[in-house]
Design a protein around this ligand. Structure first.
Ligand code: ADP
Ligand code: MG
Length: 664
């Protein structure tokens, strides 16, 4: 891309341009050589033949063999893109972006032209796009607008072994049945543990002799030990998320500094979903001679991304997983032990280019006795409300008999239906209502969509989509560097003046930034993450477009913040909690003890009744993004969900009739 642009600058001087062109050509030629060296290349003709002969094909191959980057190109070269796009789904957005960038490079085109990607809130495609990488969730959303996927000639459901909720639903929908001319390729990493590790080069597996009390610390010590004692070769460490990765990066840097200048250079490369794409590309840069690279990654590096040159894998044995309790309807992200299948995949990453070593930071006993064989498919451990709403809008009514590969617990389906009914998205017969139809247009959790749809009534859609966008950013909004925590906290509390609650504080951040005409300087001064704000603006723009589509006018009601709060409660009424004597909270509907997150502006205020955005489990079960509510709103906004007795204060019960109101 850069060389093309540089070439344009030199238009009246042909020599540099020719030189550029030549350089570009050699780079492209080299890439073509690399393509031919991939294991899948040997199967190219056989594969194309099989696609010609069959409508549905299952392709299984080692990670890194070239399935994701090569198959779409083979199909393009064979002419399939003349009849429609080739779509290729990925379970994670980083993978979709990264792989698309690589394929664009291999084809010598600009990303977003012939090769593009589409992830939630970010569409990097154009009319020219013929190879489209996307998250599986996006393909499901595309189905809502184009139920037969008419614009596609081939759909590749990649990484099918991951069994994400969206891939499972895509299989259940059985699109191939309605489109005899559509080719459906299902591709998956090798999951056969017996045959797996020896496939390329041997990987020596080491377990710890005793359980580790602190796997983060153990991981860091292991990395340093490898770096100091073992021959050159890059290290891949599996951690559970952005926070852990950032902490590990910081500690590693410190300890390396402490080791002095005698040891070789250690290049630290983090990779996780919210990492900016410029930095994501860094993990693929070849390690300079004499140095070592350590990649700190989430599960993304287990099968979705292959980094060449990894010789050592450090596997603490955990990943962050969604878990859902269908009885209480509560969902949280939990750090959970991985399965044996995952452990095998992780180890396999060490033996791709030469013999390698895997350090498991758990005992062999632990591995043999405590780890599950396979990861439980997402459909069995998640809130299904969003998917049920999507299926209903696709016209699939009988969910009990939907062709799930592994059916979800019946309780979870019932819970989803109940929630959608309570939100007014379904009527008593389980049919989609007008509100439900509108809600389905938004690529958001149904509670967020409901909040937006209701804001029409309260004339505050302008504020509500800003809040929804800020809540959907994913990364953190506030920046809190270790050496400036007090300043950062003060800056953050400015937005909380008047104890407005976290939702309104987010709104204030957004509107203040907008007033400065989206100034970066303003973000620095206020300890706000510029990148998160830009993403919020993109998301907000999209939500604004969707408002138009469902015919909701943009209206603003900044002076009547209770309207904003009511809209929030109208969407999030299942997430309400009431203060207890000891300063903890109890959720109203399915009583459980929870706490206000220390980062919340209300953590010292402790209002009597609160509505929260989500629960996160760290040392305790914390409510994140909390706003005060008036209990009578629950009866007003969710009459089928709450009864008087749910929202009566204990104190008021003992009081004579009528006195309760005053207490509230
Ligand atoms: P599979 O899907 O079978 O796991 P891929 O098609 O993802 O395999 O990878 C094939 C090869 O392409 C691997 O050797 C990988 O290292 C390389 N590759 C993939 N993405 C990039 C990238 N962004 N930069 C450099 N190499 C890449
Ligand atoms: Mg792949």
């Amino acid at each position: 891309k850069e060389s093309v642009m540089a070439g344009e600058n030199y238009e009246d001087d042909m020599h540099p341009k020719e030189a550029q062109d030549a350089a570009e050509k050699t780079a492209l030629e080299e890439l073509q050589e690399v393509r031919k060296s991939l294991p899948i290349y040997g199967y190219r003709e056989q594969l194309l033949q099989a696609v010609e002969e069959h409508q549905v094909l299952v392709i299984v191959g080692d990670t890194g063999s070239g399935k994701t980057t090569q198959i779409p190109q083979y199909l393009h070269e064979a002419g399939y893109t003349k009849r429609g796009k080739v779509g290729c789904t990925q379970p994670r957005r980083v993978a979709a972006m990264s792989v698309a960038a690589r394929v664009a490079q291999e084809m010598g085109v600009k990303l977003g032209h012939e090769v593009g990607y589409s992830i939630r809130f970010e569409d990097c495609t154009s009319d020219k796009t013929v190879l489209k990488y996307m998250t599986d969730g996006m393909l499901l959303r595309e189905l809502l607008g184009e139920p037969d996927l008419a614009s596609y000639s081939v759909v590749i459901v990649d990484e099918a072994h991951e069994r994400t909720l969206s891939t499972d639903i895509l299989f259940g929908l059985d699109i191939a049945r309605f489109r005899p001319d559509l080719k459906l390729l299902i591709s998956s990493a090798t999951m056969d543990a017996e045959n797996f590790p020896g496939r390329r080069y041997p990987v020596e597996i080491n377990f710890t002799s005793a359980p580790e009390a602190d796997y983060m610390d153990a991981a860091i010590v292991t990395v340093l030990t490898i770096h100091v004692r073992e021959p050159l070769g890059d290290i891949l460490v599996f951690l559970t998320g952005q926070e852990e990765i950032e902490t590990a990066e910081e500690i590693l840097k410190q300890r390396i500094r402490g080791l002095g200048t005698k040891i070789r250079e250690l290049i630290i490369c983090p990779i996780y979903a919210n990492l900016p794409s410029e930095l994501q590309a860094k993990i693929f840069e070849p390690t300079p001679e004499g140095a070592r690279k350590v990649v700190l990654a989430t599960n993304i590096a287990e099968t979705s991304l292959t980094i060449d040159g990894i010789k050592y894998v450090v596997d603490p044995g955990f990943s962050k997983m969604k878990s859902y309790n269908p009885r209480t309807g509560m969902e949280s992200l939990l750090i959970t032990p991985i399965s044996k299948a995952s452990a095998t995949q992780r180890a396999g990453r060490a033996g791709r280019t030469s013999a390698g070593k895997c350090y498991r930071l758990y005992t062999a006993f632990n591995y043999n006795n405590d780890l599950e064989e396979n990861t439980v498919p997402e459909v069995q451990r998640t809130n299904l409300a969003s998917v049920v709403l999507a299926l209903k809008s696709l016209g699939i009514h009988d969910l009990i008999n939907f062709d799930f590969m592994d059916p979800p617990p019946a309780e979870a389906l019932v819970k989803a239906l109940e929630l959608l009914f309570a939100l007014g998205a379904l009527n008593k017969l389980g049919e989609l209502t007008k509100a439900g139809r509108r809600m389905a247009e938004f690529p958001l959790d149904p509670m967020l969509s409901k909040m937006i749809v209701v804001s029409d009534k309260y004339k505050c859609s302008d504020e509500i989509i800003s809040i929804a966008a800020m809540l959907s950013v994913g990364g953190s909004i506030f920046y809190r560097p270790k050496d400036k925590q007090v300043h950062a906290d003060n800056a953050r509390m400015n937005f909380h003046t008047g104890n407005v609650g976290d939702h309104i504080a987010l709104l204030k951040v957004y509107s203040s930034w907008k007033e400065t005409n989206y100034s970066t300087q303003w973000c620095y001064e206020n300890y706000i993450q510029v990148r998160s704000m830009k993403r919020a603006r993109d998301i907000r723009d999209q939500l604004e477009g969707l408002l138009e589509r469902v015919e909701i006018e943009i209206s603003s009601n900044m002076n009547e913040l209770d309207s904003v709060r009511k809209s929030i409660v109208a969407g999030f009424f299942p997430h309400t909690a009431k203060l207890q004597k000891n300063g903890s909270y109890r959720t109203v509907k399915h009583p459980q003890t929870v706490h206000i997150h220390p980062n919340s502006g209300l953590s010292q205020v402790l209002p009597r009744w609160v509505v929260y955005h989500e629960l996160v489990l760290t040392s305790k079960e914390y409510m994140r993004q909390v706003t005060e509510l008036k209990p009578e709103w629950l009866i007003e906004l969710a009459p089928h969900y709450y009864q008087r007795k749910d929202v009566e204060d204990d104190a008021s019960k003992k009081m004579p009739k009528g006195a309760g109101k005053a207490a509230i």
